[in-house]
Design a protein around this ligand. Sequence first.
Ligand code: SF4
Length: 242
Amino acid sequence: MISSLSKVNQLAQRFETASPQDILSWASETYGETLAIVTSFQITGIAALHMLQHIATKTPVLTLDTGFLFPETIELMNELEARFDLRLERIKPRQSPRQQARDYGDRLWERNPDRCCHIRKTIPLRDALTGYGAWIAGLRRDQAPSRANTPVVSRDSRTGLVKIAPFANWTEDMVWSYIRAHDLPHNPLHDIGYPSIGCWTCTKAVAPATGKRAGRWSNRAKSECGIHIEVVDEGFKVAQHA
Ligand code: SF4
C-alpha cells in the first residue's frame, strides 16, 4: 500500500513512460483485491478491460448507471460483460430519475447539471469505492485541456484512494489502433458524431473534429461531471445524501 503523497509522486514519475500493461500489472500486484476499474465503456476503458483479461481477470468493474444511459451504451456494456465475464457492478444513484424530479424538479440537468452530476455520479462513485485501495480510470491527457496534466498515479482528494490513469499518455489514435488490432467492439454512437458519450440528456452529436469532449453539456461552460475534476455546487445540501 502507498501511504505518502511523496511516494505517489515518485510513482507518477516512474510510470510516466511505462506501457498501460506494465502499469496495470503493477497496480494489480500492489492492490490485489482492493483494486477496481471505473469505466463508462468508451474506447479507453474497453482497451483497459481487454488488457486486464491478461493481467487480472477478476478486477471489479464499476460503472455509473445514472438512469440516463443511451440504449447503445447499455447494449455494449452487456456484450462486454458476457464476452469478458466481467465482475461488473452497475452503480445506481440513491434516487431514481422520478424521485430526483420530485425532490429537485423536472429536468434538473438543464437547470443545474453540476447538482445532477453530484447526485447521480459523484456521490454514488464515492460510496461504491469505499473499502478499495486504488481505482483505475480511462483518462487521457489529449481528451481536454482540463485533463492535460493528468498524472499516471495520483491521490484522489475526494475518495482518499490512489487513482491510476494507465493511458494518460496515449492518444485517441493509439486507442483506436488497439481497438481495431484486437477486434474489440465500440459504442456505435462514436460512428455517428459522438466523440464522447455520457447521459443521453446531456450528450449531442457534433461535427467532425469539433473536439474530443465536444457534445457533452454543449452550450455550457461545464465540461466535466466532477468525478475526475472537482466541480463545486455550493448550494447542494450534502447532508441530505450523506
Ligand atoms: S450528465 Fe447530465 S443527466 Fe447525467 S448526471 Fe450529469 S447532469 Fe445529470
